[in-house]
Design a protein around this ligand. Sequence first.
Ligand SMILES: [Fe+2]
Length: 354
Amino acid sequence: MKITRFIPQVVFGENSFNDLNSFIDQAFPNKNQYTVYVIDSIHQETGLRKRLAPGSRDMVIEFNASDHEPKTADVDKVRDDILAEKAGELPRVIVGIGGGATIDVAKAVSVMLTNPGSSVDYQGWDLPKHPSVPKIGVPTLAGTGAEATRTAVLSGPVRKLGINSDYSICNGALLDPTLLRTVPADQEFYTGMDNFIHCVEASSGSAMNDMGRPFAIQAKESTENFFLKEKNYGEFMVGSFLGGCSIANSSVGICHALSYGIAFIRGYRHGIANSIVFNHLEEFYGKDVMTFRKMMEKHHIELPQGVTRGLSPEQLNKMVELAYMLEKDLISALGPDFKKILTPDKILSIYEKM
Ligand SMILES: [Fe+2]
């Protein structure tokens, strides 16, 4: 049996950020409990931080997503800080405001508030045993679809792998397209490509079904429209959400599997790491790689070169190992015998081109 998962409540519209607290009150009416806002510290500069209106018992935690992608240690620390400050009392909701990284921190913390140990113990599929604290995703970047997926991607001491659980999916999302207007052009492109690549991988994988496919088709079209025709931020933001809905009900594929290695070893952000890899996957995703290159050309995007130059055999082996950790995704992309097609040598030959 496959249970299809969707976010139960979504607020959408220009300037809907002004309704955030009303949304929280309606969705989670217990006002005796406090709320935790996890916000990307970039929003000190964009002015969004000032527009938050926390109550006297609420907590605002800034996460510096520009500095690094979320680590298991970040999540454990935020969880510990919350419990220490509130003497173990749980919040009514955690609100993640930012790009995929910040929303993923909120999602992971919500799980770790009710599950013992370190977040390292939950990197994988369906490992948390206890229902999480509710959370709302408020994206300020379009592309990751983090507000709609089950995954909270974390880098740990030995691997980059998400907490993938029914308990890590958001209970609500607030989508305000005006929040996308402060995003720098290259970041807008790379996170947009994350969505495009999700849709390509989801649509072509065996984990997809007729229930999830329309979301991927619409999401992909919206990304192509945005980068090749007209910049409609509403359509772009909804496209990212729909891409997340499609991925929540299917799988990613070869590009995500290979991108984790260069993100882990070289520290590239998720969107750019995916773009670097996708550009070399024409053998698997031919016509979509052509469309991707058209979008890059139109927006004068130049990908980093020599990404894997100078890496040691140990580092390259680690990257192969990290790719194989996305086993479910690779089975969806290539079948149960994926290691016969995507052999370690094949992976290394693709990495060599980057
Ligand atoms: Fe992604």
